[in-house]
Ligand binder design. Structure first.
Ligand code: GLC
Length: 502
């Protein structure tokens, strides 16, 4: 079998609002992405995933789509998008775009019509609400002046579609065609386990985003992905889709990637695992047993950056662990998703002033939940200037950046061989060289307490999560460590790639 491009791809998530601002309004845009493509080529990724750039009132940073076939003026024009795809392809990068099928914006013409009492069966209206809560906090129902309630599993500005209406199916197939015809290589499917709600909308006890329930993971959703897969397969060039599936069961995850459904699904179990070799080993074993093509991810625009998640009382631990975790992840069979800024070792920005915060999670919970703005702070490109090179000089970025971003900027790190950026570049270059020759399996090696050793053909990866140095397994040479080695010893919070001895 020919190996499809996405099987081992390293995909870089671009949260467009926060990547690079070319227009000078303090918000990232498509022209900004286009200007920075050479940076991504040098970093060594294979593909980019663009978060929503469609016309939107921005109730949820663009995950509230008012027009699925356009570009919001904040982000540019359809011409900018087409130029971006053309440039990316010329540079050898694939392009994935986000599709948001669970809900639209309340400004979408269909919801506007529903508000006027027309075609309400495109959304979910009821005379009485049930007990469901919004994922962002507060009730999942909003009452209209005429007494009816509509369902929104997220913000009130994100009404849920009624997927039991065939018109929604036809509309989304057409939206996918629109972007496929413009050359996109695939889709990231937002809230892919949503879409269908159980008949009768029963009250529930456990609202968790992660469990199969009357809200999430209804069996009918798989029919949708079967029809999407047929559409993708009808296009040349291995077009693909990756689902955002939050679930606490690897068996449930596996349903989304059956041979006639999605090619990939995010595997959040890796991101949720604590810093422990047994936890990591279990996730790896479960994942490889459950899905034909694994994916791995440590950070994205919805979670606390992993450098900060791994931070303990000891200063520096977070970054060391973050580098060790990513090196381990890049050694695993399957594809890896990186989140913009992790290659700079950016931490979560915890001290954003309340008045600057824009995440509906913060707003809806009245500040009780801090929300996701801290991982969405605009990237620092240079060590100076008002926005550290994110916007043209003099322009303030949409979220304030901390002073620590100066030293973490791409420019400050590019020339420093000891920087996190240089480490990522070396790791991705080394992976690219090796990956084609590695088997799509791994074998565990005897691992001293606190550590995890495995091998894939010519590669050995060793990770030390413990508190004491451990002796390296026998090997044929060091390829790449995540931090300094101590002779034959692997220090705590460090990983290394070794050549297997021949
Ligand atoms: C997904 C997105 C998140 C968004 C939510 C609602 O989880 O990743 O950012 O808020 O869906 O669209």
């Amino acid at each position: 079998m020919d190996i499809p491009w996405w099987r081992d791809a390293v995909v870089y998530e671009i949260y467009v609002r926060s990547f690079a601002d070319a227009s000078g309004d303090g918000v990232g845009d498509l022209a900004g992405v286009r200007e920075r493509l050479p940076y991504l080529v040098e970093l060594g990724v294979d593909a980019i995933w663009l978060t929503p750039f469609y016309p939107s009132p921005m109730a949820d940073g663009g995950y509230d789509v008012a027009d699925y076939r356009g570009v919001d003026p904040l982000f540019g024009t359809l011409d900018d998008f087409e130029s971006l795809v053309a440039d990316a392809h010329r540079l050898g990068l694939k392009v994935l775009v986000d599709v948001v099928p669970n809900h639209s914006s309340s400004e979408h013409p269909w919801f506007q019509a529903a508000l006027r009492g027309e075609h309400r069966d495109r959304y979910i209206f009821r005379a009485e609400p049930n007990n469901w809560q919004s994922t962002f906090s507060g009730p999942a129902w909003t009452k209209l002046p005429d007494g009816q309630y509509y369902l929104h599993l997220f913000a009130p500005g994100q009404p849920d579609f009624n997927w039991r209406n065939p018109e929604i199916h036809r509309e989304f197939l057409d939206i996918l065609r629109f972007w496929l015809d413009r050359g996109v290589d695939g889709f990231r499917i937002d809230v892919a386990m949503g879409l269908y709600k159980a008949w009768g909308l029963p009250d529930i006890q456990d609202q968790s985003f992660k469990s199969v329930s009357p809200i999430w993971g209804q069996p009918e959703v798989h029919e949708v992905y079967r029809s999407w897969r047929k559409l993708l397969d009808g296009y040349p060039g291995e077009r693909m889709a990756v689902g955002e599936v939050w679930t606490d069961s690897s068996e449930d995850l596996a349903l989304y990637v059956r041979p006639d459904e999605l090619q990939q699904s995010f595997n959040f179990a890796w991101l949720q695992a604590p810093w422990s070799p047994t936890a990591f080993k279990k996730v790896i074993d479960d994942t490889l047993a459950a899905v034909p093509f694994a994916t791995w991810v440590l950070s994205n625009h919805d979670v606390v950056r992993h450098r900060t998640r791994y931070d303990t009382a000891d200063p520096g631990t977070g970054l060391m662990r973050a580098k060790a975790a990513v090196l381990t992840m890049l050694a695993l069979p399957g594809s890896a998703y990186l989140y913009q800024g992790e290659e700079l070792g950016l931490p979560e920005v915890k001290d954003l002033p309340p008045e600057a915060r824009q995440d509906p999670v913060f707003i809806q919970s009245k500040g009780e939940l801090v929300g996701r703005d801290g991982c969405r702070v605009p990237l620092p490109w240079s060590a100076d200037g008002r926005s550290y090179g994110f916007s043209p000089d003099g322009v303030a970025p949409w979220l304030p950046q901390p002073a620590a971003f100066a030293a973490l900027s791409a420019a400050a790190q590019a020339a420093d061989p000891g920087s996190t950026l240089s480490f990522y570049r070396r790791a991705l270059a080394c992976r690219r060289e090796l990956v084609g020759s590695l088997p799509y399996t791994l074998e565990w090696l005897d691992s001293p307490e606190g550590s995890l050793f495995f091998t894939r053909g010519s590669l050995i990866c060793a990770l030390n999560c413990g508190t004491e140095p451990v002796r390296l397994p026998s090997h044929g040479g060091v390829l790449l460590p995540s931090g300094p080695l101590d002779g034959d010893l692997l220090p705590p919070d460090t990983a290394v790639w070794l050549r297997a001895s021949s």
